[in-house]
Design a protein around this ligand. Structure first.
Ligand SMILES: Cc1cc2nc3c(=O)[nH]c(=O)nc-3n(C[C@H](O)[C@H](O)[C@H](O)COP(=O)(O)OP(=O)(O)OC[C@H]3O[C@@H](n4cnc5c(N)ncnc54)[C@H](O)[C@@H]3O)c2cc1C
Length: 407
């Protein structure tokens, strides 16, 4: 049987690696494994929805930034930038792979209180030490560079226009998936509905598919996005990850801006950026912000009218006259402990690997995280970036890994 051209049944009854979820993270892990000559095992990627309609990857805003407060997050994005700009080389020089660029309009953080201004200053130090090119801007400098902003209330801004802005995440995802499949990774349209552990509980040894097959697994990688906790639960493991709704609006302006709009993070948390040549994209969330049902993608129309648009039009008065073009709701895989990734083995179930909890920055983290997990599988350790601070142990100890620049 096939669904959208994908087989539902696996070719083998055991695999060295079973990846649960075949969107950008699962496909990155699969691709990096197939790219590693030291790994020759069999890979199964189980994806419940090959249309990818509901996953986070399909709803993303596809931007990357170097402006994090945690140096490891900066390094992760630096690898993302290198990977995106050299995609064809990474893909072995295949001439069919497009050359990609990053639309470097930068992220512009705006602080309207002394505490956040101080945070921007200390973040800049971290970013500069890691090689980023973050600049702090006074309100006058912001007015000079971007005359359309109303910034009378702003104490400080922070911008970086190197390797920061929009990139084509969909194309990278497509090529990882195509290339991993061409190199023998087995992708199936099916759902993992159960996971078994050995008698002592120290290892997972099989996954059960919705169609009933039980597949032996050497390693299981949880790449289930907002459903990450549900998948972990099948193995008897708790993971503080839940779907949180994030809304996107694309609009055109009666009077378009005369230069690119950086991805501007208003002090209210609402953000907006250039989209097409004369369209703009805004993002925001409801308040309160509860966990959403897995299949709840309903728009909150009042949110735009009553909250988002007024903020946008106050910050950029030219945006008084705008027209909505399209809108959607997507889900973050929200790590409620610290909004950071959870990566690597469970503390007690050693062959259950997390690739979870990426909240709002998973697209840009997909190259480094997929590579990192592939190293754990192939060598039992990280060989490039040491990603161990993202390990599950901190979750078990309830010790957040602080990242102050969360969107
Ligand atoms: C509105 C919005 C804007 C964003 N903007 C950005 C941005 O600008 N920059 C950035 O870096 N990140 C951004 N993100 C975050 C980023 O999109 C995600 O972190 C990333 O796409 C996560 O990918 P994933 O593969 O982990 O999860 P997903 O894309 O959700 O994929 C998980 C997959 O697992 C499958 N699955 C789940 N359970 C099972 C099961 N039991 N069996 C089989 N398959 C299963 C699902 O069908 C799904 O396809 C944004 C997210 C949203 C929602």
């Amino acid at each position: 049987m096939t669904i959208q051209g994908w087989a539902t049944g696996p070719q083998h009854s055991t695999y060295d690696v079973v990846i649960i979820g075949g969107a950008i993270m699962g496909s990155s892990a699969a691709w990096f494994l197939t790219d590693n000559p030291d790994f020759t095992g069999r890979i199964l990627v189980v994806e419940k929805d090959p249309s990818y309609q509901a996953c986070s990857t399909a709803h993303t805003n596809s931007c990357m930034r170097q402006q994090f407060s945690n140096v490891l997050n900066v390094q992760i994005s630096q690898f993302a930038a290198d990977f995106v700009k050299n995609l064809r080389d990474y893909m072995g020089g295949d001439p069919r792979v497009p050359e990609l660029t990053i639309q470097n309009y930068g992220y512009l953080y705006l602080a309207d209180d002394p505490d956040f201004a101080e945070t921007l200053r200390s973040n800049q130090k971290v970013q500069l030490s890691a090689g980023a090119e973050t600049r702090l801007m006074t309100a006058d400098q912001i007015r000079a560079d971007f005359p359309f902003f109303a910034v009378d209330d702003i104490l400080l801004g922070s911008i970086n226009t190197k390797d920061e802005g929009y990139w084509d995440g969909g194309t990278v995802f497509d090529w990882w998936r195509r290339s991993a499949r061409a190199r023998g990774a087995d992708y199936i349209a099916n759902e993992v509905v159960a996971i078994t552990r050995n008698r002592s509980g120290t290892r997972v040894d099989s996954v059960t598919l919705a169609t009933g097959e039980v597949i032996g697994a050497g390693v299981v990688i949880n790449a289930s996005g907002p459903r990450g906790a549900k998948t972990a639960q099948m193995a008897g493991i708790t993971l503080p990850v839940e779907p949180r709704k994030r809304y996107t609006w694309v609009f055109s302006a009666e009077q378009p801006l005369d230069r690119d709009l950086p991805l501007t993070i208003d002090p209210s948390g609402v953000h907006m950026r250039q989209d097409g040549p004369t369209t703009y994209l805004a993002g925001g969330r409801g308040d309160p912000d509860p966990a959403a049902a897995f299949d709840d993608f309903a728009m909150d129309h009042g949110l735009w009218e009553d909250h988002i648009w007024p903020i946008i039009a106050t910050r950029i008065p030219q945006f008084e006259a705008i027209k909505l073009v399209t809108e959607w709701a997507g889900h973050y895989a929200y790590n409620s402990l610290d909004q950071n990734a959870v990566l690597g083995p469970h503390s007690k179930v050693e062959n259950f690997l997390f690739l979870n909890g990426f909240s709002g920055h998973g697209l840009q983290q997909s190259p480094a995280m997929g590579r990192g997990v592939s190293e754990l599988v192939a060598y039992g350790e990280y060989r490039t970036l040491d990603l161990s601070p993202f390990g599950y142990d901190r979750i078990a100890r309830n010790e957040p890994l602080i990242e102050k620049a969360v969107i």
